[in-house]
Design a protein around this ligand. Structure first.
Ligand code: ATP
Ligand code: MG
Length: 273
């Protein structure tokens, strides 16, 4: 299963005095089992891109389809979107009830709901017997974030999109979130992660999209993107330290950089433009 965007543009407030072009002619394919990182400066269209993929924002032009059936409607039932600061949306009295909200709406039986919720809470490291009856607002910041992610996992959808999932969290919680995302990829989901945390992207994603002013500037292997200091410089991002080291080495000793690239099985020596 895959999601295909062809020439997707989104303009907010079209026809109003000051419209905003958020996406311009974006072509993109997402496949199950692959983790894609989406990086780029503030306002470059990352959140809008996720909302289009999730079927929550309609393109002003172009097409986004769920393959193989070719419909756009199927996106809403096959894609789970974890918004930025998702814990702001808790509204039930217990963690269990909050995570159960989506599966209940899907019409599952009480037994199935219970299984879904228990499994989702366990997957994010909040054992249901310990956390299920807690009030969501009594959780720590990291537990809240994981609980909110569990609510989306409980929907059981094959594609998972996360908007800045580690924003505002301490390093230990960041590590837990990274591990739980890696587990979802391992389980065969298609994942797209918007992040300003390039080290997180480097650890999770085999492929990275670089966005700028509503367009995809690059869509390449993560290693190739993060070793391309000219590209990152254009959008004002610093590569994670080990990639900065390789970029430096490429300037100093291209042959050794190429050799390291070969050892890592990645195109470190000559990033494609
Ligand atoms: N609902 C909206 N109405 C009008 N303009 C919007 C709306 N949502 C986003 N925009 C504009 O669209 C552009 C892209 O915004 P978007 O939120 O997709 O960027 P982003 O890359 O996610 O930014 P950030 O890193 O700050 O979250 C921005 O210029 C923004 O002001
Ligand atoms: Mg955003």
């Amino acid at each position: 299963m895959r999601i295909e965007l062809s020439s997707v543009s989104v303009t907010y407030d079209e026809g109003m005095p000051s419209p905003t072009r958020a996406l311009s002619a974006v072509d993109l394919t997402l496949v199950e089992g692959e983790c894609v990182a989406v990086v780029g400066p503030a306002g470059s269209g990352k959140t809008t891109l996720l909302e289009v993929i999730a079927g929550l924002t309609r393109p002003s032009s172009g097409r986004v389809v769920w393959s193989p059936d070719g419909s756009a409607a199927a996106l809403r039932t096959n894609v789970g979107l974890v918004h930025q600061f998702p814990e702001a949306q808790f509204f039930e009295e217990t963690v269990f009830e909050d995570v159960a909200f989506g599966p209940k709406r899907q019409g599952l039986s009480p037994v199935e709901v219970h299984e879904r919720v228990s499994a989702a809470l366990a997957r994010v490291g909040l054992p249901p017997e310990e956390f299920g009856e807690r009030a969501p607002l009594s959780l720590s910041a990291g537990e809240k974030r994981r609980g909110a992610i569990a609510a989306i996992l409980a929907l059981g959808r094959p594609f998972l999109l996360l908007d800045e999932p580690t924003a505002g969290l301490d390093p230990a919680t960041r590590g837990r979130i990274a591990a739980l995302i890696a587990n979802e990829v391992e389980a065969g989901r298609g994942v797209a992660v918007v992040t300003h945390d390039l080290a997180l992207a480097a650890g999770l994603a085999s492929r990275t999209l670089v966005m700028s002013e509503g367009s995809i500037l690059a869509d390449r292997e993560t290693t190739s993107v993060f070793c391309d200091d000219a590209l990152l410089g254009r959008i004002g991002l610093e590569p994670p330290p080990r990639y900065a080291l390789v970029a430096e080495l490429r300037r100093e000793d291209p042959e050794m950089a190429a050799e390291i690239g070969r050892l890592l099985g990645a195109p470190l020596a000559e990033p494609r433009a």
